[in-house]
Design a protein around this ligand. Structure first.
Ligand code: 0K2
Ligand code: SF4
Length: 314
């Protein structure tokens, strides 16, 4: 068999927020029994969602699709303020699986707005995290920018009274460009003390950069609706890897495109389970004489507690 060096990025895969969100659904099923409703995919991964569905979770997009007498869980990406308010009005049991690092951004937006600043959000239009974060303030209060060009087109109330926040799963490098454009156009704009882009997003992108120069091809295991996974593909390409592809699992690998490669990079988005990484590696082992080399650029030991309600018996 042809030899292949497989550079395995670390950190990769599940982050602390995803771990916690999945645990919340599992504990809710244990506590209240099935069905438990989940508003939106708990994390953007079909394998995870299918696994929880098999245990009795029911996934819906809107709260009004849930019966009032069953618990509802809000996904890791966060929800607009109106959603928990509606659940309370309907007297539902609601558990919030929003990642604490997303909640931190929600709180920043609220704090700046109370201080009289108009908010600019750097994010992707329509992404549930952006919808949730913008929905912390009244409609129209948060201005969305997706690109450097959007910054030039911004129409603000008072250029001296502005603050910006970001989605947690953006490209670190692209965001730096947008932040620079904001600072140039609005020298007084306030930003987060440290990036809103989270540690997991930052670390996974740095690990891809560390392998991109060594490899003929990069596979990112993740879902097409997973922002952080898509960013890893872009980071791989921007760092010089000519072939960088997202795959949900081994069956999606385009073997034709990989003919003749001698080195491969493998990573996984924050919502992709390690089972799928192993499945992909095994698929390569069946076709190549694989040597795995771990490329570890950071160590992660962050853990988030589940809400108290789920630590108490039913
Ligand atoms: O990267 P995305 O925000 O699209 O979401 P997932 O793929 O579900 O990853 C978990 C991150 C959730 C919140 O930041
Ligand atoms: Fe939280 Fe970051 Fe994971 Fe999103 S990617 S769930 S913000 S740790």
């Amino acid at each position: 068999m042809t030899p292949l060096t497989l550079y395995l990025a670390a950190p990769r895969g599940f982050c602390a927020g995803v771990d916690r969100a999945i645990k919340i659904v599992e504990l809710a099923l244990q506590k209240w029994g099935a069905p438990v409703y989940v508003r939106h995919e708990i994390v953007h991964n079909k394998y995870v969602v299918d696994g929880l569905r098999a245990k009795g979770a029911v996934f819906v997009e809107e709260l009004d699709e849930c019966p009032v007498d069953r618990p509802v869980i809000f996904s890791a990406h966060g929800v607009p303020k109106s959603v928990p308010a509606a659940a309370e009005a309907r007297q539902m049991i609601a558990v919030d699986a929003t990642c604490p690092l997303v909640t931190k951004v929600h709180n920043e937006a609220a704090r700046h707005s109370e201080a009289g600043l108009q908010m600019v959000m750097i994010g992707h239009a329509g992404h549930p995290e952006t919808v949730g974060t913008m929905g912390q303030l009244p409609e129209g209060e948060v201005l969305l920018v997706e690109t450097v060009e959007d910054v030039a087109a911004l129409n603000v109330r008072d250029p001296a009274k502005l603050a910006y926040i970001t989605q947690t799963t953006l490209s670190v490098d692209d965001t730096a460009g947008i932040v620079a454009a904001l600072n140039t156009r609005f020298p007084n704009i306030l930003g987060p003390h440290k990036e809103d882009i989270c540690y997991a997003t930052t670390n996974r992108q740095a690990a891809v950069k560390a392998i991109a120069g060594k490899i003929d091809a990069l596979l990112v295991i993740g879902a097409p609706n997973s922002s952080n996974s898509l960013r890893l593909v872009e980071v791989g390409r921007a760092a010089g890897c000519a072939y960088a592809q997202l795959v949900q699992r081994a069956s999606e690998i385009d073997w034709r495109a990989l003919e003749g490669i001698r080195s491969l990079g493998v990573t996984a988005g924050a919502s992709a389970p390690e089972e799928l990484v192993n499945e992909v590696i095994d698929a390569f082992r069946a076709r190549f004489a694989v040597t795995v080399e771990l490329v570890e650029t950071a160590q992660e030991n962050i853990e988030f507690k589940v809400p108290r309600l789920l630590r108490e018996p039913a």
